[in-house]
Design a protein around this ligand. Structure first.
Ligand code: NAD
Length: 246
């Protein structure tokens, strides 16, 4: 699919990786809308992007935003499911004998933010694509944690679910002309990574990465653009991790 004049929705696109993806696609000529929870970050978006404030775990609010974009632009060609919240909690914490096990409410919140959100937004967008006979592309931002990362039960499970939905939809929706792929970033140099990891952990990650550095947001954005523009890529989960998982 060509990016020039393509109508794109990027979830969680007001900051971090989502903003890098939205900016890259916009620079390639796409008409970009962003939906994000953070009203201040949405207000600060470049004028060329249309911003919507909504929670992508809320089905009714997502329906309203998707309908509004279709009303304005006539269709949605590309959905980038980027909104998510990195979350870590050990399954067993023996230092806390009264609350040793992973909290179930936090498990459900993490799965809602990282997995339910992808189901909800893709469902609303694909309904429009099918109704309007749009040959579309879905790209979801997963993580290398999907293969199981110590201390990230909920986040790893949610991202593994994103990969499974991507492969399932790639089979189910191809006959309607809709391709589905995922990008699984490793450690990318974003504020969220710098906030979650201290300097010594970052150094350790860099020394274990064959390319000896963190990734850049633009490199994830380039991977998103690649799976959009190559019409024979379908059902792929593409690692963008400098070789860390080899
Ligand atoms: N940063 C990394 O190194 C890295 C690595 C692997 C995967 N990822 C994934 O990339 C995506 C973006 O991560 P990031 O590092 O840019 O995070 P971030 O926290 O900087 O940005 C996430 C954006 O999503 C928005 N958001 C979160 N929950 C939302 C909701 N329910 N509704 C609407 N908007 C919501 C936030 O407001 C924020 O603007 C996430 O899915 C994350 O799991 C990031």
């Amino acid at each position: 699919m060509e990016l020039e004049q393509a109508v794109v929705l990027v979830t969680g696109g007001a900051k971090g990786l989502g903003l890098a993806i939205a900016t890259h696609l916009e620079q390639k000529g796409a008409i970009v809308s962003v939906v994000d929870l953070d009203a201040d970050a949405v207000a600060a978006l470049p004028a060329a992007m249309q911003g919507y404030v909504a929670d992508v775990t809320n089905q009714s609010d997502v329906g309203t935003v998707v309908s509004e974009i279709v009303r304005r632009h006539g269709r949605i060609d590309i959905l980038v499911n980027n909104a998510g919240v990195i979350f870590s909690e050990p399954f067993v914490n023996i230092m806390n004998p009264t609350g040793m096990m992973h909290d179930y409410e936090r498990f459900k919140r993490s799965v809602a933010a990282n997995l339910d959100s992808v189901f909800i937004v893709t469902s609303a967008v694909v309904e429009k694509m099918v109704t309007l006979r749009t040959k579309g592309v879905i790209v979801s931002i997963s993580s290398i944690s999907a293969s199981g990362n110590e201390g990230q039960t909920a986040y790893s499970a949610a991202k593994a679910g994103v990969n499974a939905m991507t492969r399932t939809w790639s089979k189910e929706l191809a006959r309607m002309g809709i391709r589905c792929n995922a990008i699984a970033p490793g450690f990318i140099d974003t504020l969220s990574t710098r906030g979650a990891l201290n300097e010594s952990i970052i150094k350790h990650i860099q020394s274990n990465t064959p390319l000896r550095r963190l990734g850049r947001g633009e490199e994830v954005a380039q991977a998103v653009a690649s799976v959009i523009t190559n019409d024979f890529i379908n059902g792929v989960v593409l690692d963008v991790d400098g070789g860390l998982t080899i």
